[in-house]
Design a protein around this ligand. Structure first.
Ligand SMILES: NC(=O)c1ccc[n+]([C@@H]2O[C@H](COP(=O)([O-])OP(=O)(O)OC[C@H]3O[C@@H](n4cnc5c(N)ncnc54)[C@H](O)[C@@H]3O)[C@@H](O)[C@H]2O)c1
Length: 475
């Protein structure tokens, strides 16, 4: 369903009325119009800083250079030392930012992985404070830190623990013009996963992702982090459940855009709409109820007919059957638990038992911020979506040795048939209660799923990434 207010305030009359009445104007987000490009930042100035020279500063400089960015360092010299050394070593040019009279930076990356005490955190202030009044719309801010358990002592861990709070606040301050701010927590030794994460967070593919923390923990055993290539899913076979419409159809489209062959699954009753969606992307329609006791085996057979194993599976199909707990019929509880959770577990078990996953396969599950915040009337739904978060965390450890990774995306308010059914006032409140003052589109979830399904996320495993514009619900 279209966000009429967002559309109206960006017309010339709407702009005048909003200005006269002092109404907030939700930003028009710049979304990707095409697939990932190698030189995605070729027209961008990137202001970069690092608290010290080390593998993270080196990885950041190399990544930005390979994306074609012009690397700038702060005229105030904040974070200069680490970057200067990293750039010299990588033979990459850096120049002093001319933010006052030159083209302003639209990309900001600060490596604070070596911040090990309270005084070291001053760099956050020194780097961002002089810049943030002039950040152009739809800019990208990324801070890089270390995750819990990865620091040399309690004080360093304390300093690093400041970063999630810092980035969530910065995201709330900067979202008004569509700028996003996110934190990458890279584990020591997993620095080769930084480029892929940066390619996502610094691009229009992540327009609705802000205020989030993404752990980069390293690739599963035997998986090499590949150099970037355009159409990174070329030759991959991907299964998407619930692919006939809504978010699932968008996921199928974006996976196909990046080169995957998609097997789209939906209920037999939706065979005709599934067929239309799949034929538009050259995919294969597979009418199948995912609660079928043998759904996993049947999917393996369909993949084998296509001549391969399953490289990617996206467990997207989901339903709501909302009732207050005291009024909920047992069959509504059972139905939601089975579609949203039982079917995922059964299907993966059968695919694993049947050796149906390809080498370095990637599993992506769809959770929800409802599973984080809870909603009255959704005990069944929220239980399943919360369980998905625990499931990917637990399964990542179990599958690590097999070279398979598993992650989840937790959508916030997304404009689909599901949310069009929400009463108008509740819907309007849900839309605006985010740092970007709007709901997301199915393509926003599709972009995040595609990132998780691709080699760009080779170092990400067991994570749940919220795609919600930093909605207050579940904050
Ligand atoms: N729309 C949102 O705002 C939102 C927010 C958070 C999470 N989600 C999650 O995103 C996913 C997609 O949601 P959506 O809004 O596109 O929903 P939707 O209802 O528009 O689409 C869901 C699809 O799943 C299919 N499906 C349902 N049960 C199935 C079964 N047993 N077997 C095969 N297919 C089945 C449906 O036929 C439908 O095509 C769901 O898991 C949902 O819980 C959505």
């Amino acid at each position: 369903m279209a966000d009429k207010i967002l559309e109206f305030v960006h017309t010339s009359t709407g702009k005048q009325i909003a200005a006269a009445l002092g109404l907030p104007v939700p930003p028009m987000l710049k979304r990707a119009k095409a697939g990932y490009a190698e030189k995605s930042l070729s027209n961008s100035n990137a202001l970069v800083g690092a608290s010290a020279f080390g593998p993270v500063a080196s990885a950041v400089v190399k990544a930005l250079d390979s994306m074609g960015a012009s690397i700038k360092v702060s005229a105030d010299l904040a974070g200069l030392d680490g970057i200067k050394q990293a750039a010299a070593k990588a033979k990459v040019d850096v120049s002093i930012s001319q933010a006052d009279n030159g083209v302003p930076e639209t990309v900001y990356v600060l490596d604070v992985t070596s911040a090990a005490n309270v005084a070291d955190l001053r760099l956050l202030y020194d780097f961002f404070n002089p810049r943030l009044r002039k950040v152009p719309s739809n800019s990208r801010i990324v801070v890089i830190g270390r995750p819990r358990g990865d620091c040399k002592d309690a004080l360093a861990e304390t300093a690093q623990s400041s970063l999630p709070g810092f980035i969530r606040s910065l995201a709330k301050e900067s979202g008004k013009n569509g700028t996003t701010a996110n934190l990458i927590q890279v584990k020591t030794g997993a620095e080769n996963g930084i480029e892929g994460a940066l390619r996502f967070f610094l691009s229009p593919h992540s327009a609705f992702v802000t205020g989030q923390v993404l752990p980069v923990v390293g690739a599963p055993k035997g998986v090499k982090v590949a150099a970037f290539s355009e159409k990174p899913l070329t030759g991959k076979l991907a299964v998407v459940t619930g692919a006939a419409r809504g978010i699932g159809a968008a996921i199928a489209e974006v996976l196909a855009r990046e080169g995957a062959t998609v097997i789209g699954v939906d209920r037999p009753a939706d065979e005709s709409v599934l067929g239309t969606t799949m034929s538009s992307i050259g995919g294969v329609a597979c009418p199948l109820d995912i609660t079928d006791a043998d759904a996993g085996k049947k999917l393996a057979a369909v993949a084998a007919q296509k001549g391969g194993k399953i490289d990617i599976i996206v467990h997207n199909a989901g339903i709501t059957r909302d009732k207050m707990m005291r009024n909920m019929a047992a069959h509504l509880w059972d139905m939601v638990l089975d579609v949203n959770l039982g079917a995922i577990v059964r299907c993966n078990d059968q695919l694993l038992a049947g050796d149906a996953f390809g080498v370095n396969a990637r599993i992506v599950c769809i959770s929800s911020i409802g599973g984080i915040a809870g909603n009255a009337g959704q005990t069944n739904y929220a239980a399943t979506k919360s369980a998905v978060i625990g499931y990917v965390d637990a399964m990542a450890k179990q599958l690590e040795g097999k070279g398979i990774s598993i992650n989840a995306i937790a959508p916030g308010f997304i404009e689909t048939q599901m949310t069009a059914a929400i009463p108008v006032v509740t819907r309007e409140v849900a839309r605006r209660l985010s740092s970007l003052s709007q709901g997301g589109l199915p393509v926003d979830i599709a972009e995040a799923v595609t990132f998780m399904a691709s080699p760009l996320a080779a170092g990400v495993n067991g994570a749940t990434l919220r795609v919600c514009g930093q909605n207050l619900v579940g904050a």
